[in-house]
Ligand binder design. Structure first.
Ligand code: FMN
Length: 374
């Protein structure tokens, strides 16, 4: 291995006690590929098994904690005990390379797939669409339903423990339900769940508390708890800005989490309203200031991209696209074959990439999502 990359091959121990062998994390990625009954498919098992052999930690694509929280077609479910065997199958595949695996849990809110009883913090109108931005008209959640969804996050955490996962990640990013509560652009409530910063944070913090209680009660070995967020809602005039994210980070620091996870889209993006040169990543690292480990994903494609992020002080580097294009990304770097890291999706090698058919369909209808080498 080129010694300069040894920086991200150090082990890392989370607060909960779980140790990982290196700092490279498989970013959470939905595959649109469950069986039609929303159980894990053989295609998904194959997809994971080919990508988890080098990374230090695996985070699965998201699973919905209630039936109406489903955000993508053929998204594997985790909302009742009947799905525990399916989650176990996923945990086994995700852990087959020896790295611990984390189940990402979420509720899609107003980005639920059409045809469900879509709910959100407030009644919201449908917005524009792309595969990540489908949004539907929603009705406002009642107080009792909010409490029930908080328990659903806890119940899915219990299932993750029973299925053999090593942790859960609460998906508070990408404009799904948790972010709908936190964002002044979508939260129009006037009760205890809306208005002030304290009220808008009540839902995410209640979920964290519930999940922690479940971990305390059910986990028999160290169990990781992480929280994912988006730094800004750039397309919304009154949406979240980095100053709001600072408040979120300060609150998350108090929660004793194993890590916080910034979903950056691109590591070089700067805040919308900022005059300075610093990127989201640099500013988030400054704010967290070592008080909680930070993980980040966003166009980290080559090992030099990863190295730059680590040198900025990022302890945990999550990679998404690059692992789809290079199932053996880590092995290539470890064995001094970094020149072989593909930065484009090579169609001629599709049979070696083990991309589930339905994920491939999504890639084809999402121009600009991948650079495709023909
Ligand atoms: C196919 C695909 C599916 C994704 N699904 C999820 C998901 O389920 N949960 C999530 O938080 N992010 C999801 N993302 C976002 C990634 O985790 C990551 O943040 C993003 O792709 C940027 O990192 P990258 O440039 O390394 O891919 C997905 C990304 C891709 C490409």
């Amino acid at each position: 291995m080129n010694q300069k990359y040894s920086k991200f091959f150090d082990s890392f121990t989370f607060k909960s006690g779980v140790t990982i062998k290196n700092r490279v994390v498989m970013a959470p990625m939905t595959t649109w590929s469950s069986n039609d009954d929303l159980t894990i498919s053989d295609d998904e098992v194959k997809y994971y098994k080919h990508r988890v052999n080098g990374v230090g930690l695996v985070i699965t694509g998201c699973t919905h904690v209630t039936p109406n929280g489903q955000g993508f077609t053929n998204e594997f479910a985790g909302y009742n005990d009947e799905f525990t065997p399916s989650l176990r199958k996923l945990a086994e595949a995700a852990k087959s390379g020896g790295a611990p695996a984390i189940l990402q849990i979420f509720h899609a809110g107003n980005k639920a797939i059409p045809g469900l009883d879509a709910v959100s913090v407030s009644a919201l109108k449908a917005e524009a669409t792309n595969p990540f931005e489908i949004s539907v008209e929603t009705r406002e959640l009642e107080h009792a339903e909010i409490l029930s969804i908080i328990r659903d996050f806890g119940d899915t955490t219990r299932r993750a423990i029973e299925a053999g996962f090593d942790g859960v990640e609460i998906h508070g990013a990408h404009g799904f339900l948790i972010q709908n509560f936190w964002s002044p652009a979508t939260n129009q409530r006037t009760d205890q769940w809306g208005g002030s910063l304290e009220n808008r944070l009540r839902f995410p913090l209640a979920i964290i508390e519930e999940v922690k209680n479940v971990i305390e009660k059910h986990a028999k070995k160290p169990f990781i708890l992480g929280y994912r967020f988006s730094p800004e809602e750039t397309s919304k005039v009154d949406g979240l800005r980095l100053k709001d994210t600072y408040e979120l980070i300060d609150n998350l620091v108090e929660q004793d989490l194993d890590y916080i996870h910034a979903s950056l889209f691109d590591k070089s993006i700067k805040p919308v309203d900022s005059q300075e040169d610093k990127t989201w990543l640099e500013l988030i690292l400054e704010r967290a200031n070592g008080k909680v480990p930070v993980m980040a994903a966003g166009s980290i494609i080559t090992p030099d991209d990863a190295l730059k992020a680590v040198e900025l002080g990022l302890p945990l580097v999550a990679i998404g696209h690059a692992l789809i294009m290079n199932p053996d990304w880590v092995e290539k770097v470890e064995n001094g074959r970094e020149a072989e890291v593909e930065t484009e999706l090579d169609i001629s090698k599709l049979d070696q990439l083990h991309i589930p058919g339905k994920l491939w369909d999504q890639i084809q209808v999402s121009p600009g999502w991948f650079n495709i080498k023909k």
